[in-house]
Design a protein around this ligand. Structure first.
Ligand code: ADP
Ligand code: MG
Ligand code: ZN
Length: 476
């Protein structure tokens, strides 16, 4: 990328729906997924004349919490504004949002730009090649290289309300107001990204943080998290670092990480061609058409003054005390980054293992609970981590004590005749080259056959997990 003629300049706007009990300005339920259309409304969220909005305190606290987690400053004074525009999904004719005094400003998020260990362009030699068919080994053996750390500056985190949902059916457009007024937090970055990969890395981190905070499910498929990349290209010239191109293209409302990646890559190519023709891409708002695999123009971009922002007269400004902000901060708990460091330092895990175990909080909690049980049985955290990562343990169906039992059974060395067992495994592997090559080419089930053969030939009672481990070692 760095040697190219242009460098992508990308900024992101992300909308996250909060999972509060009620909506932002009324007492209707905030959960709308799967509800019968228009059953979850009231005069406030239908925008009927005279209805008065009452701000949801929990939503505001959670918005501040997201801001604090992203290292933002929380101004002691903020307010709501009206963003005026006309569209059927907005019954009032304006959206209550925040303009010049948002709840949180000037934060940052640190990215680790990783090498993909499965990247085919990276040479690993035949041994690693063979291991790719063995997820049990490859995942722990090949560590991710950390190339680069990069800070993405967060411009602001503000609070607004979601709009109604339009459903297009042939000639008709239907409106469902159940979503109207659901608390929505918008997180806006500076244009600091230079590739789609950086954007996706950021999105994964952001999603992980809001899930850790417990303020949103951030479920892309349900529309809890919606993405808008702004993309432009600058000439690759040292003089121009930090200078922004005089146009940008915004791609609206993308609901998948994969699509955001594709949309950005598509735009980079499209804009490059325009620039190479000596022209400047139009400043416009686009959508991503997944069927066509391209961005499609929606409208030529409006300026902020088209929205005629003005202070929301029905809601007094919000004033925080330092104490209130400290109290919100104290509710944050351990964030993914800190947990990852603690798992590495405290339990001696590799960065790679720690990353997997901290990806989701329930997994991290299960791991820590199992460590406590493991202590009584001399099972160490590293062993527990190995089993959790390599054995597809379903933590919803397994108790910590059960996992310890599985580990103990699998690693038991007494009682059985080890030498005899090894001999049998060698013999089975030699006599069944087809099953061995099937397994190596990715057919996981082949190992079941090999295990069956070994257990049939071995006269003593033996734990299947132990046989599996020994066979896999034999296959290395
Ligand atoms: P608008 O007023 O059109 O919403 P903003 O300046 O508020 O524009 O920026 C919106 C988003 O666009 C931010 O994430 C910002 O980082 C990004 N952005 C601003 N200028 C550019 C640019 N030239 N190229 C790419 N992204 C940009
Ligand atoms: Mg915008
Ligand atoms: Zn309502």
């Amino acid at each position: 990328m760095k040697n190219d003629k242009y460098i992508p300049v990308i900024g992101l706007e992300v909308h996250v729906e909060l999972k509060t009990k009620s909506k932002m300005f009324c007492s209707c339920k905030a959960e709308y997924f799967g509800e019968k259309p228009n059953t979850n409304t009231c005069p406030v969220c239908l925008g009927l004349p005279g209805a008065l909005p009452v701000p949801n305190q929990k939503a505001i606290e959670w918005c501040v919490m997201i801001g604090l987690s992203l290292g933002c400053k929380i101004p002691l004074f903020s307010k709501f504004d009206r963003k005026n525009y006309f569209y059927p999904d907005l019954p009032k004719g304006y959206q209550i949002s925040q303009y010049d005094e948002p709840f949180a400003i000037n934060g940052s998020l640190k990215l680790k730009i990783k090498n993909d260990p499965f990247d085919k362009t990276q040479a690993f030699g035949s041994e690693a090649q063979a291991r790719r068919g063995h997820p049990e080994q490859s995942r722990t053996d090949e560590k991710l290289k950390i190339d680069e750390e990069k800070i993405i500056r967060i411009r602001r985190v503000h609070m607004e309300e979601d709009t109604a949902k339009l459903i297009h059916q042939g000639q008709d457009s239907l409106i469902d107001f159940n979503r109207s007024g659901v608390p929505l937090v918008e997180i806006v970055t500076q244009p600091d990204f230079e590739s789609a990969q950086e954007v996706v890395e950021y999105l994964k981190k952001l999603q992980q943080i809001v899930r850790y905070l417990g303020v949103s499910d951030a479920d892309m498929e349900k529309g809890n998290m919606r993405l808008e990349p702004n993309i432009s290209l600058r000439i690759n010239d040292k003089e121009l670092i930090g200078k922004l191109p005089n146009y940008k293209v915004e791609v609206k409302n993308i609901n998948s990480f994969r699509f955001v990646e594709k949309a950005i890559e598509y735009e980079i190519k499209r804009q490059e061609e325009i620039l190479n023709n000596g022209e400047t891409p139009a400043q416009e708002t686009m959508g991503w058409n997944e069927k066509k695999g391209q961005t499609v123009s929606q409208r030529i971009k409006e300026e902020a003054n088209d929205y005629r922002y003005f202070p929301e007269p029905d809601i007094p400004p919000i004033r925080f005390t330092q104490d209130q902000i400290s109290k919100i901060k104290s509710q944050i708990g351990e964030l993914p980054e800190e947990k990852l460091k603690r798992f590495q330092a405290g339990f001696g895990l590799s960065a790679y293992d720690a990353e997997i175990l901290t990806r989701e909080k329930p997994m991290a909690n299960f791991f820590e609970e199992t460590i406590i049980v493991g202590k009584k049985h001399n099972v160490n955290p590293k062993q527990i981590a190995n089993f959790l990562i390599n054995r597809d343990i379903d933590i919803n169906l397994t108790l910590p004590a059960q996992l310890i039992q599985i580990i103990l059974n699998a690693t038991q060395t007494d009682q059985i005749d080890e030498k005899e067992l090894e001999k049998i495994i060698d013999k089975v592997l030699k006599e069944n080259p087809k099953a061995v090559s099937d397994y190596k080419s990715g057919k996981q089930n082949a190992i079941m056959f090999l295990m069956g053969q070994v257990m049939k030939n071995f006269k003593e009672k033996i734990d299947a997990e132990k046989v599996r481990i020994l066979i896999m070692e034999g296959l290395r």
